[in-house]
Ligand binder design. Structure first.
Ligand SMILES: NC(=O)c1ccc[n+]([C@@H]2O[C@H](COP(=O)([O-])OP(=O)(O)OC[C@H]3O[C@@H](n4cnc5c(N)ncnc54)[C@H](OP(=O)(O)O)[C@@H]3O)[C@@H](O)[C@H]2O)c1
Length: 197
């Protein structure tokens, strides 16, 4: 039987355990695309899942990891074929669906986003789900009619994962960005990302 390496979370008498193990291909969950995972991120949620500090994991065994970038190995989904470069964020991975801290993931093709040419799998995961969340937030603001002419934008939690990418994206789009942070030591970093104040 084929196996692959994965960080597996199991239920224990008290709490949960997490360990690097061999996982059987046969245990992969339903999905129409199998991806060779190349990079993932360490999201706050992954920290909670791995340490068992919050009930993030909803089925056992679980493979941790809420996002990945990689290459399609097998697909019966019309949009994807072997060799395609893809990204997946969320969709319950690492919570209800076996996740990304593994050599392989099987997911629904509808969850995948094509990795654009010129962005490596590593770069995509450097942006990660925090950056993806920041971009979704900026898109939502735009959908509500916000433009750079609407006035300055304050980004709270500025030095955090979502905040820092939000600053970079907003400033690139021409917004006057003000960063709100509890860490004044990060002022130069935040100005470097495009915050004016
Ligand atoms: N990361 C994701 O994938 C994701 C997805 C969906 C939603 N979210 C939500 O987006 C928010 C930010 O997530 P994140 O991943 O960017 O977390 P993070 O990297 O931990 O950043 C959170 C930031 O919030 C600020 N902060 C922390 N405690 C605070 C307090 N007591 N009072 C005021 N500010 C405080 C800090 O900003 P300074 O360092 O600038 O002081 C901290 O860096 C969270 O509410 C999270 O649940 C995140």
């Amino acid at each position: 039987m084929a196996t692959f390496k994965a960080i597996r979370i199991d239920k224990a008498d008290k709490g949960t355990t997490a360990a690097l193990t061999q996982f059987d291909d046969a245990e992969l969950m339903d999905g129409d695309v199998t991806v060779r995972v190349e990079w993932s991120t360490l999201n706050y949620k992954d920290g909670l899942a791995l340490t068992g500090k919050a009930p993030v994991v909803r089925r056992f065994p679980m493979i941790a990891g809420i996002d990945f970038a990689g290459t399609v190995e097998q697909s019966s989904h019309p949009a994807w074929k072997a060799g395609d470069k893809v990204v997946c964020n969320g969709w319950g991975m690492g919570e209800t669906h076996l996740g990304a801290y593994a050599e392989k993931a099987r997911v629904k093709g509808d969850w995948l986003v094509r990795l654009p040419d010129g962005i490596s799998a590593r770069d995509a995961m450097a942006v990660g789900t925090a950056g993806y969340t920041a971009m979704l937030s900026v898109l939502a603001l735009e959908k509500h009619g916000l433009t750079p002419k609407s006035g300055p934008v304050v980004v709270t939690g500025a030095a955090g994962g979502v905040g820092s990418v939000a600053i970079a994206v907003l400033s690139k789009l021409g917004y006057h960005v003000i960063a709100s942070t509890g860490r004044m030591s990060e002022a130069d970093y935040l100005k470097g990302l495009g915050a004016t104040r």
